[in-house]
Design a protein around this ligand. Structure first.
Ligand SMILES: [Zn+2]
Length: 430
């Protein structure tokens, strides 16, 4: 795609930016690099920067033109010989005025993007070009329904909400660089499908439950970093779990260039596993429903609303869920292994100690526990987690087993500490 980047201002308007054509060339280079990575080399984006153009329009006339403003400007520039329409597939208009903010790529003029010059960044312009490549906004699930722009692990989320990073290569004061110039994050897997660059059969691992409805599998995923380049064999970059709804899981690592601002708080975690939900039929959706730190031993339990209903009907049991347990992350944060498990919706029965621990895990780890300060409850939960980790350790390969052993030692230390707290309480004079 050949893209023109044209900075404009209206006659008689005070300007708010000072950046130069040289900086816009830098921006264009950043966008080309971004889409080379996201497309895995499938889309060639070339950008051409223009000098500032004073429009034969007032700010009022620009506003009145609405979604057609970009087309009007291109038509005017073409008639004056300033641009040849045949040379470009897309036109990004940067408008420097007192009121514009954000950006949009109008449905009724899809070959143009209108972006406020004052807020320009690779993250924002890449979002607008994403529309042109076929990507859609990301959503975040909430009790009040999906929040548009809410998915932060994709460039198609909102500015200031998505995990963009400060791009030092664009901080060039001598070129009047706007600050801060944010870049990234990469695209989520569903949007890489929407653009046609990724392919479920080639790049994702599909999981289906056994005939009795249960599921148990260990999955290893590479950190998502755009659609994998053609002909380069490697780990899958997404896992699609085919239940009553479909869930897609992707691993987002801060060691990936465009994902360097992805949370990495719980060190030595290396980024997050992110889960999206889609209906059983049709395309995978950009609706994020959960995320969990990629840290050995981290558990994410997901209640599937459709599954919960089906199981309630079938078994008279409690809402069913599936769970992801992180087994290990490679030291460079380039791949993660986790176990996907689904048991039937009833609480596990217990007639031996083993079963009792499974019950505690189900009751205290898998169910959302309200905030409390009860050391006994916390200790029971810690015991159940240790039991669960030991079980996972038994069924893991050597590499994950070592990672889980480290987590187990830490959890056992926590348990000793908790026991001490309980002892202190008992010692308190009543
Ligand atoms: Zn948008």
């Amino acid at each position: 795609m050949r893209c023109a980047i044209i900075p404009v201002y209206c006659a008689g308007t005070a300007r708010r930016t000072t950046y130069t054509k040289a900086w816009l060339e830098r921006l264009g280079g950043a966008l080309s690099a971004y889409y080379a990575t996201q497309s895995g080399g499938r889309a060639a984006l070339s950008c051409t920067a223009f000098e500032w153009q004073q429009l034969p329009l007032t700010t009022q006339q620009w506003i009145a033109a609405g979604t057609q403003a970009g087309r009007d400007v291109v038509a005017w520039m073409a008639s004056d010989g300033l641009v040849s329409r045949d040379d470009f597939d897309h036109f990004v208009l940067l408008i420097d005025d007192a009121i514009s903010s954000g950006g949009r790529t109008p449905h009724d003029a899809p070959e143009t993007s209108l972006v406020a010059a004052v807020g320009v960044s690779p993250a924002l312009v890449a979002h607008e070009l994403g529309h042109r490549f076929g990507a859609v906004h990301t959503f975040l699930d909430s009790p009040d329904g999906p929040i548009q722009y809410g998915g932060p692990y994709c460039v198609m989320g909102s500015e200031n909400g998505k995990h963009s990073f400060l791009d030092a290569s664009l901080a060039v004061p001598a070129e009047g660089a706007p600050s801060p110039a944010r870049n990234g994050p990469g695209m989520c897997f569903a949007n890489l499908l929407n653009t046609g660059w990724a392919d479920v059969d080639a790049h994702a691992l599909k999981l289906e439950p056994y005939s009795d409805g249960t599921l148990g599998a260990v999955v290893q995923l590479a950190a998502l970093d755009g659609a994998p380049p053609a002909g380069r064999p490697g780990l899958p970059v997404a896992c699609v779990i085919e239940l009553e709804d479909r869930y897609q899981v992707e691993y987002r690592s801060p060691t990936t260039h465009y994902d360097q601002d992805v949370p990495n708080a719980a060190k030595p975690a290396a980024g997050d596993l992110v889960v999206y939900r889609s209906p059983a039929d049709g395309a995978l959706q950009t609706l994020q429903v959960a995320a969990v730190a990629a840290e050995a031993g981290a558990v994410l339990s997901i209640v599937d609303p459709a599954l919960a209903q089906a199981l309630a009907r079938k078994t008279g049991g409690t809402p069913g869920s599936f769970r992801l347990v992180v087994l290990g992350v490679d030291p460079g944060g380039r791949s993660v292994s986790f176990r996907v498990e689904r048991t039937l919706g009833k609480p596990p029965f217990f007639d031996r100690t083993e079963g009792l621990m499974d019950y505690l895990r189900w009751a205290l780890v898998d169910q959302p526990l309200p905030a409390h300060d009860d050391p006994v409850l916390t200790m029971l939960k810690a015991l159940a987690e240790i039991h669960d980790l030991q079980r996972l350790q038994r069924i893991s390969g050597p590499r994950d087993r070592a990672a889980l052993a480290r987590v187990l030692r830490r959890r056992q230390g926590d348990l000793v500490h908790l026991a001490g707290r309980i002892q202190e309480r008992l010692d308190e004079p009543s």
